[in-house]
Design a protein around this ligand. Sequence first.
Ligand code: ZN
Length: 128
Amino acid sequence: MPRKTFTVDYCDYCASEDKEVEATDTIKINGKEALVCDRHGAPVRKVLVEFEAVAAPITQAEGQRPVTPGRRRSKPAAAASELPSGDVIRAWAREENDKAGETIYVVSETGKLRAVVIDAYKAAHGIS
Ligand SMILES: [Zn+2]
């Protein structure tokens, strides 16, 4: 007998609340993945868009992580390419804080770098 079987993926977030909600997307970060419904996918996508706005590409020289082919969005290299990775800017900001002996720039371990920190970095390094 001909048979067609459908698989329905459920949102991992909803599943952790004992709810069965159909997943509409898969989010993969740092080698982990989660199925998400629209509601749970939205905030993650929002954060990723914000990340994309400030993140600089990891070059083979400085990055330890291998570049996964086909997953990078190519962007025309502009002034943004002069900006180093967030880690470099964070390290610079911490150094400035140490030199000053007080917190001039608030930097978190991860997450979005504050525009004021990026602007200060650019100003200090002659990046427009
Ligand atoms: Zn959900």
